[in-house]
Design a protein around this ligand. Structure first.
Ligand code: GDP
Length: 674
């Protein structure tokens, strides 16, 4: 028996690598992870131990299970329900009785219920009793918020699906992993996806519709893997901005003849922030100038990813997308990571899907390409996706075949939407058309209302808002045509230094300004700055409706000047005092009911009514004041120039003396520069 890796041994023992790891740990063996090697001797020993154990485990397993079952039955008489679980559909899940059955049974008793109906205690108790449960109402754990939040129907629906996971914790099953291929341009993403598809999709339909549905599924060693086929990067970013996670694993493609490039770094950062595990595929190893070792070094240096054969825990697989070398191992590793991650779903409930593409098809009408996340999606299902609903008319799988249903992780095209759904929304199956209508209608109305009241956030307004709120941060989504210009603009923006304003580049990338940029800018309440790039039509429309401002420039100085001007506008102007004249008090007149008037001889410059007056006595500063009235002879004037005389009445009735020296200052607001 040669030395083996943990996962290889696990396979031999017909158990998951995760379980084996745990077992080994309990045996006191020091193994780091599923990729660690175990030496020959230990392998032999473990095999022995496990074979012995197997028999006794089998024997022990049965009674234990039965015991558990008994215990469950004992407590099943009482059901604890929280106030937030009192909506009929949630409640049905809670007591484990199909919603339709409850509705039917209650109907025969003369009570008509709706799926989303909020139950009162009496009704809930009655329903529970009907199926042999005693209802115990519990305190809500989120009671305080409950009273304040008025949940809309869509949120209720989302929460209902979340509760399925907790309520059916023990019925969750493993689903196939959904993989996105990312990496620098020209490193071979498309070639890899094509190769896997061509060589692994078993029953390629001859003459079938070969229209891409944005993803496909392959089988490897009898296990399924779903690959997202659309440009990984864009989709990933867009999904992330919307808080939707379609991907379980990222394959980061790095060409062995080019190494880690800017988009490699960017792609990795996206995966990292989304907390999605990464497998590195070093591609193009068939090329004569391929350098796998150098590429690995760059992974360490630039991404801090240490390959497992160098003692780290990053899985790195050298491949050639062209010849197909290494692809088997890559698929193997994907399955391994997926096994370790235990990607779960609740397969028995209503379907929940994530949209990866949606469009208006000339022949089919609005369609959405989705990946099922939970439940079984079936023809005839009623679906809700944001403000759009659907009765599923046709389902088309990744081989262009019309199918009746789709299971978790399966990509499928849905035909039957009323309108093209927005990919930012999940797709939920609901019990009936009425529910679908209620949910979508409510959201539609709310969106219309929002639209009507939403003001456009233009840069200037944004700046004004920030000025008022004293929170001076400008968020920028930056797009440029090349990496060179992108880093140039980034550097230039970084050079705009100000203590008062923080400029954040929340996202920067190469290429046309697209929808995802708008979503990101909108989410971060920022603006989009484009350098030598176009704005695509969808983005323009989205910017319009989201109220996001897009500014594009061709010349870097224009961009900078404009940005600087805008930012300077945010700075509070500095008030500067400028000395404009001097004088001396010749005489002080006390006038009843008026106060003291200083008769002043101007020595140089001038005095204006708006001036600040600084008073000096015997060469020392005494105080400063403002002018209430300025007279030249008996006349009220705005300004008097030296060497004339004038009468000044100060605002506060300060002590003034003959011989006091006066300085006149003009206050000016100076715009601060960056
Ligand atoms: P993408 O931009 O990442 O999708 O890259 P492509 O898949 O379009 O590949 C870019 C170029 O690299 C194409 O000319 C491919 O034929 C070539 N290419 C991709 N993978 C390999 C490979 O493994 N070996 C060789 N020699 N060329 C490859």
């Amino acid at each position: 028996m040669p030395r083996l890796r943990v996962y290889e041994l696990a396979k031999k023992l017909n158990m998951s690598a995760k379980d084996l790891l745990q077992e080994l740990e309990e045996l006191g063996l020091d193994v780091k992870n599923h990729m660690s090697y175990i030496d020959e001797e230990t392998v032999g020993l473990i095999l022995e131990i496990f074979e012995e154990e197997e028999e006794s485990v089998k024997k022990a397993a049965k009674p234990k299970k039965e015991k558990e079952k008994e215990e469950e039955e004992e407590v099943s008489q009482e059901v604890f329900v929280k106030p937030e679980e009192m909506q009929l559909n949630t409640f049905a899940v809670k007591i484990g009785v199909p919603l339709n059955r409850i509705i039917q049974d209650m109907f025969t008793k003369g009570i008509a219920l709706k799926p989303m109906q909020q139950l009162d205690e009496k009704l809930a108790k009655e329903i529970a009793r009907m199926y042999g449960y005693r209802l115990k109402l519990q305190q809500s754990s989120i009671q305080v918020e409950q009273e304040e939040i008025v949940e809309n129907e869509l949120e209720k629906l989302e929460r209902y699906f979340e509760t399925l996971y907790t309520v059916h914790k023990n019925e969750l099953t493993i689903r196939p992993p959904v993989v996105t291929v990312m990496g620098h341009v020209d490193h071979g993403k498309t070639t890899l996806l094509d190769k896997i598809r061509k060589t692994r999709v078993a029953e390629q339909e001859v003459g079938g519709i070969t229209q891409s549905i944005g993803a496909y599924q392959v089988s490897h060693n009898g296990k399924k893997i779903t690959f997202i086929d659309t440009p990984g990067h864009e989709l990933f970013t867009e999904m992330r901005a919307k808080g939707v996670q379609a991907t379980d694993i990222v394959v980061l493609v790095v060409a062995a003849d080019d190494g880690v490039m800017p988009q490699t770094v960017e792609a990795y950062n996206h995966a990292k922030t989304a907390n999605v595990p990464v497998i590195v595929a070093i591609n193009k190893i068939d090329k004569p100038n391929a350098n796998v070792e150098l590429t690995k070094r760059q992974l360490v240096d630039k991404l801090n990813l240490v390959p497992e054969d160098w003692g780290g825990d990053t899985i790195v697989v050298p491949i050639s997308a062209r010849t197909g070398a290494g692809i088997d191992e890559l698929l193997e590793m994907i399955l391994l990571v997926s096994e370790m991650k235990e990607i779960k779903c609740y397969p028995k409930g209503p379907a929940r899907c994530v949209i990866i593409e949606s469009k208006l098809d000339r022949a089919l009408g609005p369609v959405a390409n989705v990946i099922v996340k939970d439940g079984i999606l079936k023809i005839g299902d009623y679906l809700v996706s944001g403000p759009v609903y659907c009765k599923v008319r046709v389902l088309v799988d990744d081989k262009g075949r019309s199918v009746k249903s789709a299971e978790p992780s399966q990509p499928v095209m849905i035909v039957g939407f009323e309108e093209v759904p927005d990919i930012r929304y999940m797709v939920y199956a609901v019990p009936d058309l009425e529910t679908a209508r209620i949910v979508t209608q409510q959201l539609k109305e709310r969106l219309d209302r929002d639209k009507a009241t939403k003001r456009k956030v233009r840069l200037e307004e944004l700046l004004k808002m920030m000025e008022e709120s004293d929170k001076k941060e400008l968020n920028i989504v930056l797009k440029a045509d090349t990496f060179g210009s992108l880093s140039a603009v980034q550097n230039a923006i970084a050079s705009i230094k100000s203590q008062e304003i923080k400029v954040n580049v929340v996202h920067s990338a190469i290429g046309t300004i697209n929808n995802s940029d708008v979503m990101l800018a909108s989410a971060s309440n920022g603006i989009i700055v484009g350098f030598r790039v176009k704005v695509d039509t969808q983005a323009r429309k989205a910017a319009e409706s989201e109220g996001v401002q897009i500014k594009t420039y061709e010349i870097i100085y224009d961009l900078l000047d404009n940005l600087k001007l805008a930012l300077e506008g945010m700075l509070k102007p500095e008030v500067v005092e400028e000395l404009v004249g001097r004088g001396e008090i010749k005489k002080v007149f006390e006038i009843k009911k008026v106060g003291k008037i200083a008769g002043v001889q101007l020595l140089d410059g001038f005095v204006e009514k708006s001036c600040v007056v600084k008073i000096y006595r015997n060469g020392t500063f005494v105080s400063s004041d403002e002018i209430e009235s300025l007279k030249h002879y008996k006349q009220d004037v705005d300004r008097v120039d030296a060497p004339q005389e004038c009468g000044i009445k100060l605002k506060t009735d300060l002590e003034i003396h003959e011989g006091d020296e006066l300085e006149f200052y003009r206050k000016t607001q100076v715009q601060k520069r960056l």
